[in-house]
Design a protein around this ligand. Structure first.
Ligand SMILES: [Zn+2]
Length: 157
């Protein structure tokens, strides 16, 4: 069984073609899809998508570092995590590429999300956690795993 562990089928660009995209993927042998939310607007789409395709699409919830300048109600992010049983937490992390939001905002957002999800069971998708640990001079959060796009321990049936 092949699992696409990181695909944004929740992007509005797939709204018209989603069933075709999934059919093509299945024809190529991919039968499960882990779909991480990335901004505040994508949380609901991700939950709806997973609910509409049980056993096929599995959600992850979090705010991507590229979107930390947008209005985010972090209590709602946590609500999605608690109510929708994601197989992973993500998409979260740090991206210090020049075109990305200020480092301080990214660090604040990631720290907030890590704090709130620390007791949530599930794989944490994260980029740049080693950078956060160096900046904070700490051993860092207790992660099951920490990768960009790999969910070895996720349980997807
Ligand atoms: Zn992504």
């Amino acid at each position: 069984m092949l699992i696409d562990s990181h695909c944004h089928l929740n992007d509005p660009a797939f709204e018209e073609t989603l069933s075709e995209v999934i059919a093509r993927a299945k024809a190529a042998g991919v039968s499960r899809f882990i779909v991480p939310a990335y901004d505040f607007e994508s949380l609901g789409r991700t939950a709806e998508l997973a609910a509409s395709s049980p056993g096929v699409i599995f959600p992850a919830f979090g705010i991507h570092p590229w979107h930390v300048q947008e209005p985010i109600i972090y209590e709602r992010v946590l609500g999605f995590i608690r109510q929708n049983h994601p197989v992973a937490i993500g998409e979260i992390g740090l991206d210090f590429s020049p075109e990305c939001p200020p480092h301080e905002l990214q660090i604040k957002s990631l720290t907030q999300q890590l704090e709130w999800i620390s007791g949530v069971r599930g794989f944490k998708w994260c980029r740049g956690i080693d950078r956060l640990q160096k900046l904070k001079g700490a051993s860092g959060p207790d992660f099951d795993r920490c990768n960009h796009a790999q969910y070895e321990w996720a349980s997807v049936g």
